[in-house]
Design a protein around this ligand. Sequence first.
Ligand code: NDP
Ligand code: 2IT
Length: 445
Amino acid sequence: MQDVVEKVYEQVVARNRGEAEFHQAVREVLESLGPVIGKHPHYAEDGLLERIVEPERQIMFRVPWVDDAGQVHVNRGFRIEFNSALGPYKGGLRFHPSVNAGIIKFLGFEQIFKNALTGQGIGGGKGGSDFDPHGRSDAEVMRFCQSFMTELSRHIGPSTDVPAGDIGVGGREIGYLFGQYKRLRNSYDAGVLTGKGLAWGGSLVRTEATGYGTVLFAQSMLATKGDSLEGKKVAVSGAGNVAIYAIEKAQQLGAKPITFSDSSGYVVDEAGVDLELLKQVKEVERGRVADYVSRRPGARLVTEGRPWAVPVDVALPCATQNELDADSATTLLRNGCAVVAEGANMPCTPEAIEAFQAAGILYAPGKASNAGGVATSALEMEQNAGRTRWDFATAEAKLTGIMADIHDSCVEAAETYGRPGDYVLGANAAGFTQVADVMIAHGIV
Ligand code: NDP
Ligand code: 2IT
């Protein structure tokens, strides 16, 4: 790392002790900025780097709620409003027991550059809670969401901060959150949350957008080599929103996804994933991956490790951070994997990324390849503001165009800064320069 960015990194570590994921995300961006600042030294002036790594506002709050047996629980809620240079803070809410300030900060930081890449005029933020929705009844989830929104509603608004879903937060949770927001504010601000139901302001394609976008990005990378996804074997991790729609788009483009996973293990289905069955088990029944295997002859469940041991051409990590390490990367490479596109946020460890880049394969960082979700959230905000609704084909065509533009901006920035084919440098440099130029225009704020 260059001296000027090294100093900023050391300050981040000293100020945000124990927040390993946040340090990891900041390090990756700052490492990419060496060549950018080498060419344009003004980006290191006026404390710009010091400002960009410090959230504009961090909110932490108590979330008390009562379970079905009458027992009181106290969770912790977070909203990190990281950067509003380009527009209202925008980013998901994650409900998972592992959530803490460092995780929400890493996600919020990534979101700044991802959102810039979409070109949709949205700032970066993230929130969530250490609440675990698994095994909770609808009524418990509703009471939790109502308590969470009772505090969050003070801080958000269609022009201020616009949350959406992430791990553990899907259509059901967004419904309960929106209902409580509307009741507290006495105002039907459809644009305050995205990922809404289609009957009350949601956008077609938002559900599919992250997974679809990730696969479209992989297809664009392959196209630079005169290749495509047609006939490729694909390993997917996760079995949630992103994984399911990555599998759907991969199948539409002629590829053959053969794995998916959840926290109980991974499934290998060499005949190709039965998507209707997977949706039934995960979206309708909220079941475990074992429920798929019990109804699908030929599929097997592996309860140890991750799907990266399975020989494939393409890997799409779509579950969570640091789920693909150096050993997994070595195994994938040994088995001939030539494309990795991140559907999740920061799923590959720095050592895994290094291995992919050293091997010269196509590797896309999540802030570029999973940006289709938040981009389509911005399209939902646009429809809400215009009190209009687009059909599926219109929304999907816009998503496809945005993903192609993100891909091309990454390629162009990687070339500009002397590392053609380096999508990490490309994404970080292209995202950063857009935010930085506007921060400079806005003065020292
Ligand atoms: P979901 O909650 O719908 O699904 C998450 C999936 O990942 C589940 O199968 C879950 O299994 C698994 N998972 C989560 N945490 C772990 C863990 N610690 N270990 C093993 N498996 C785990 O979330 P999404 O699909 O929405 O999100 C997946 C990833 O994509 C996240 O990194 C998220 O930040 C990112 N992302 C999501 C976007 C969106 O629009 N939803 C947009 C861009 C990125 P289990 O149920 O057993 O926990
Ligand atoms: O990580 C992400 O980009 C998301 N969870 C989606 C955020 C959004 O506002 O749609």
